[in-house]
Every structure is written in structure tokens, then in C-alpha cells.
Design a binder for this molecule. Structure first.
Ligand SMILES: Nc1ncnc2c1ncn2[C@@H]1O[C@H](COP(=O)(O)OP(=O)(O)O)[C@@H](O)[C@H]1O
Ligand SMILES: [Mg+2]
Length: 286
């Protein structure tokens, strides 16, 4: 097996050159994208993907040009939530045209490339540690390819739905030319908030500004207040999204909850959060 130094010294395969070429292509593909925002959470199941899908929908309703990259390679859900599964992918000039949701949100997801019953990605390695390292490397490679081979066109906002876990953010931050910021999602539970504290620390390490904390499933548990957590952590509190069974149903049906149930409390707060988010992105940094 080749070692890194063999490759770096060009083991004949010029991997470094290939990665550089891809990185250059990636920059070109993202040249028309004004802001890139990663949606993160420490834990799975807090509704990060649902928040991403609905914030994308809310921004599109406000007239913004929006894209979503599903960076959760093992549990991709954006294509389903945004209702673009099953369409045919069009490749033009070596790039995939991302399909659009009913509200015009451009979506790219592993889900669109794999058969629906494909097993999740796994990496075989002699030890757990190595498996972990491999997973990180493979994920970074897959994401770089995704970003470099998708024709995003001109977008006001590209949202990245990251897999649960905090280390992923640093990988993504190192791939994109500029990460405009992060949105952190939590739910009113001690466990979620414990993990989210760590996410906030990592988000700061990524050097991208934390645009704010969102409390999802508000009212479902009698847990701690996320607004207090945000204040303690010194990050903006963007708002609460109420637990609403129709939000889950809409996601399963591939419909935009913010558009189909616009008068619900959860839909109204999602619209307000989207608008604060865009205001924060428009404000000069500093
Ligand atoms: N505010 C909410 N009200 C009702 N159901 C929700 C809400 N947010 C998320 N859900 C549901 O909870 C489940 C997990 O959400 P998901 O967005 O997939 O979480 P994550 O991406 O964090 O793993 C989904 O079935 C989703 O429809
Ligand atoms: Mg998810």
C-alpha cells in the first residue's frame, strides 16, 4: 500500500494534483453562490434536516435563490423532504444539474445517485480508529466531488445539511472557499443541550460565525430553555419552532410545510428565523 509520503512525492498517481484540480473546479462551481451556511447539531434526530428543508423553503418564498447540499452521506433525507426523489439527473458540461423542489430549491444529495435500497456507506479497517479516519477521508472526498460536480448556478444561499456529530463541520469548513456561518439546532432536552455546547465550541473553531441557535420541537419536552443556552454561549438566539405533527407529515410527503401550513406557529417562526438569518448574512461582518 502506498504511504502518504509516496503519494505526496508523486507515487505516479498524482493524487495531490487531482485534488487540486477538483478544488479549483469546486471554487468555480461555487463562484455564483453568495452565502454558504452549514446547519449543525450535536445529535441526530433533533430535526436538523427538517429545519434545513423548511429554512430553504422559507427563503425561497421570500424570493431568494436557494440550494441545499445534503452532506449526510449515510442518512440522506433532503431529496425526500424536498420532494425531488425519483427524477432523472441531467448532466451538462460535466456537471449535474440539481433538481428543484416545488418552491424552486435546488437539491443535491447522495440519495439521488444511489438506488433507494442501497446499504449505507461503510469502511472496512483493521481497527475502529482507522475506520474512523477512513470515514472522515472518504466523506471529505465525496463532499468535495459533490460540490465540484454540481452546477449550482447563481444562488443567494446554499445550505449544507451536515450529518450529526461535531467533527464534520471542520471538514466541510475546510472544503468550501468561504463558510459564511453556521446555524446550530437543538431541542429542549438536557442531553441535546449538553452535546450542543460542544457543537458551539467546534463551530467557533471553524472560524465561521455562529449565526444563531434554533430550538426545535419547542413545547414537546419540559427541558431547559435554549434561549438561556444561547445567551450563556454568547450566540444569537434565532427562535423556537414548535412541535407540529403536520411538519413531520409534510416532510414525509416531500412537501414544504412553510408553504402548505403557512398559518401554523411553527411555519411562522420558520419564516421569521429565515428572515433573521438572511439579515445576518447581509450585514457586514464584524
Ligand atoms: N418541529 C417538529 N415537529 C414535528 N416533527 C418534527 C419536528 N422537527 C422534526 N420533526 C420530525 O422528527 C424526525 C427527525 O427529524 P430530522 O429532521 O430527520 O432530524 P435530524 O436531521 O436532526 O436527524 C422526523 O421524522 C421529522 O419529521
Ligand atoms: Mg438529518
Amino acid at each position: 500500500m502506498k504511504r502518504y509520503r509516496d503519494i505526496a512525492g508523486d507515487g505516479g498517481s498524482n493524487i495531490v494534483g487531482q485534488v487540486q484540480a477538483q478544488q479549483a473546479r469546486l471554487r468555480e462551481r461555487l463562484a455564483g453562490v453568495r452565502s454558504i451556511v452549514a446547519v449543525v447539531s450535536g445529535k441526530g434526530g433533533v430535526g436538523k434536516s427538517s429545519i434545513t428543508a423548511n429554512l430553504a423553503g422559507a427563503c425561497a418564498l421570500d424570493g431568494a435563490r436557494v440550494g441545499v447540499l445534503d452532506a449526510d452521506l449515510n442518512g440522506p433525507s433532503m431529496a425526500k423532504m424536498l420532494g425531488v426523489r425519483g427524477g432523472k439527473l441531467v448532466v451538462r458540461d460535466g456537471a449535474v444539474e440539481p433538481p428543484r423542489s416545488a418552491l424552486g430549491v435546488k437539491v443535491m444529495s447522495m440519495d439521488l445517485l444511489l438506488p433507494s435500497d442501497a446499504a449505507p456507506l461503510t469502511w472496512e479497517a483493521p481497527t475502529q480508529d482507522e475506520a474512523h479516519t477512513w470515514r472522515g477521508t472518504m466523506e471529505a472526498n465525496a463532499l468535495r466531488e459533490f460540490l465540484a460536480d454540481t452546477a449550482w448556478g447563481d444562488l443567494d444561499l446554499l445550505l449544507l445539511d451536515l450529518p450529526p456529530g461535531t467533527d464534520r463541520l471542520l471538514t466541510v469548513a475546510s472544503l468550501v472557499p468561504v463558510l459564511s456561518g453556521t446555524v446550530v439546532v437543538t431541542i429542549p432536552s438536557d442531553v441535546s443541550q449538553l452535546v450542543v455546547r460542544r457543537s458551539l465550541t467546534v463551530a467557533r473553531e471553524s472560524r465561521a460565525p455562529v449565526l444563531g441557535l434554533v430550538e426545535n420541537m419547542a413545547g414537546l419536552f419540559p427541558g431547559p430553555d435554549a434561549e438561556v443556552l444561547a445567551r450563556d454561549a454568547g450566540v444569537p438566539f434565532l427562535g423556537r419552532v414548535a412541535f407540529d405533527a403536520d411538519l413531520a407529515r409534510a416532510a414525509d410527503a416531500g412537501e414544504a410545510f412553510v408553504a402548505t401550513f403557512p398559518d401554523r406557529e411553527a411555519a411562522r417562526s420558520l419564516r421569521a428565523i429565515a428572515s433573521s438569518l438572511r439579515a445576518a448574512l447581509a450585514a457586514p461582518a464584524g
